[in-house]
Design a protein around this ligand. Structure first.
Ligand code: HEC
Ligand code: HEC
Ligand code: HEC
Length: 415
């Protein structure tokens, strides 16, 4: 990391100057329908999940984000004059969302997903700003970030941006349908699925040629500890969204439940605070777009040895088979199917699968109204690392699944 830091310091001399002057020409006058539209867009962008701390005031900031470079807190985006965005002009708001630059000229960290929000079109920026100005103002001062040097120097973000960031609104692809474009716009510009579902390089930038092939997101497990969660491949890969037809993708995003799975873990917030509030038309459009992503990055590791798989099968029949059934097909009353269907089971990175077995699936609280099953318990105290590794390897090698071996070391890292 030191080497990387040095390169950044050297590059720091070449300051990056935002070149988009269009910001001043946008009309920011307000009416009620604009506020309504902004509210919907804020749901699609899931602003509240990140800008509302646990037990904190709505949109008043203070939620901590653990990044490889330190802890960064979300900010107060209520219209408070002193501590929020109450004094901001529309152009300043546009500049923060499109360019990632604060009114004082400092650069924002991309944990605020402006790498996606930059694609929001001008009229939607206007609606978002109108909506934010309509919510109750809350006085709550910003938290002190704990970011290590040199990343604590916001000016260095100019280098990062020069290397990895292209500002600019979404442009319609004329060769595609209206529905596809609407879906692409919501997925890429507002819902920022790629912020979690794309792998990142050492400097925390999404790798463009591997977009949506799976990423890692740090979040709590049910014990309260923060652990890596793997976000699976959303391209048509055979261990990714290739497993689900478009209707199943739409059902999952609209209700948190489809024929295969129930939401748990970090997706709870995405679905409960965001995608389930979107119209059927928009959710269908999202699934049309997602299902159009060509298969990429499905390279899987070899499966475990026969003796490990044998041990896994015994453990499975003993601890899991009563609910998930020995066929892995699950049952409407007891548990979802693990044969095909679950992207988590087969994801190249098994972190989320391991979390589920160690701590049980972290379910929405309160439970979804459509919830089908009694919750699954944790196995943290019943099984050791090599047993969980054998079990996970077995799930990933059985019933046509193609996930590859999981090692005891990987389980130890998640425990
Ligand atoms: C993944 C979490 C996340 C989401 C989603 C998110 N934000 Fe943020 N936002 C942040 C963080 C963290 C910061 C602070 C970044 C920094 O300090 O550099 C921030 C900063 C901002 C700022 C700059 C505020 C300031 O005081 O400088 C604005 C404006 C903003 N967000 C608006 C929004 C809007 C509007 C949405 C929804 C469309 C949204 N954010 C969604 C995490 C998020
Ligand atoms: C905050 C990070 C984050 C965001 C944003 C996010 N995801 Fe996820 N997603 C995850 C993680 C982590 C998992 C695996 C654990 C889980 O299901 O919570 C996952 C799992 C999934 C799964 C597989 C579910 C299963 O049980 O097999 C699908 C499908 C999915 N996400 C789609 C999406 C779509 C579409 C979007 C954008 C609307 C999105 N995600 C946005 C982190 C995220
Ligand atoms: C008491 C019944 C029961 C037992 C025993 C059980 N599970 Fe589950 N499992 C569930 C239910 C129900 C869910 C769906 C989430 C929920 O409602 O808790 C689930 C979800 C899962 C998932 C997530 C699938 C997805 O992507 O949606 C995995 C993986 C899993 N179980 C693996 C296991 C393994 C491995 C064992 C044995 C160590 C096991 N389960 C034992 C009931 C059970």
């Amino acid at each position: 990391m030191i080497g990387v830091a040095l390169i950044l310091v050297i590059f720091g001399a070449l300051a990056f100057i935002p070149s988009d002057n269009s910001t001043t020409t946008v009309d920011f006058s307000v009416d009620d329908s604009l506020v309504e539209r902004g509210k919907y867009l804020a749901l699609a962008g899931n602003c509240a999940s990140c800008h509302t701390a646990r037990d904190g005031a709505f949109m008043a900031g203070g939620l901590a984000f653990e990044t490889p470079f330190g802890t960064i807190y979300s900010t107060n985006i209520t219209p408070d004059q002193e501590t929020g965005i109450g004094k901001w002009t529309g152009a300043e708001f546009l500049n923060s969302m499109r360019q990632g630059v604060r009114p004082d000229g400092e650069h924002l960290y991309p944990v605020f997903p402006y790498t996606a929000f930059t694609k929001i079109v001008d009229e939607d920026m206007v609606a978002l700003f109108a909506y934010l100005n309509s919510i109750p103002a809350v006085r709550r001062a910003a938290d002190e970030n704990e970011v290590s040097f040199p990343f604590s120097q916001r000016s260095l973000m100019s280098v990062w941006k020069a290397m990895f960031f292209d500002a600019g609104a979404y442009e319609t692809d004329e060769s595609r349908s209206v529905e596809w474009n609407r879906g692409a716009y919501i997925v890429e510009a507002l819902a920022h699925c790629s912020a979690c579902h794309s792998p990142r390089n050492l400097l925390g930038a999404e790798k463009p040629n591997m977009a949506m092939t799976g990423g890692v997101y740090m979040d709590e497990v049910p014990t309260g500890a923060v652990r890596p969660w793997s976000a699976p491949n959303l391209t048509a890969a055979p261990n990714g969204l290739g497993l689900w037809p478009a209707e199943e993708v739409a059902a999952y995003l609209k209700t948190g439940i489809n024929s295969y799975v129930e939401t748990f873990g970090p997706m709870n917030e995405v679905i409960i605070n965001s995608t389930r509030h979107l119209t059927y038309v928009d959710v269908d459009a999202m699934s049309v777009y997602l299902k159009s992503l060509p298969s990429n990055g499905s390279g899987t590791r070899p499966k475990a040895s026969d003796s490990v798989l044998g041990m896994g099968r015994t453990l499975y029949n003993l601890h899991c088979g009563t609910c998930h059934l020995p066929t892995g097909l699950g049952d409407e009353e007891s548990a979802p199917q693990l044969a095909g269907g679950s992207l988590i089971v087969q994801s190249s990175n098994p972190a989320s699968l391991i979390n589920v077995i160690l701590d049980g699936p972290e379910l929405p609280d309160p439970p979804l109204p459509t919830k089908r099953y009694k919750p699954m318990e944790d196995f943290r105290y019943q099984l050791d690392d090599s047993e969980i590794a054998a079990l996970a390897s077995y799930l990933r090698a059985s019933w046509g699944n193609t996930g590859g071996e999981v090692t005891a070391k990987q389980v130890a890292e998640q425990r």
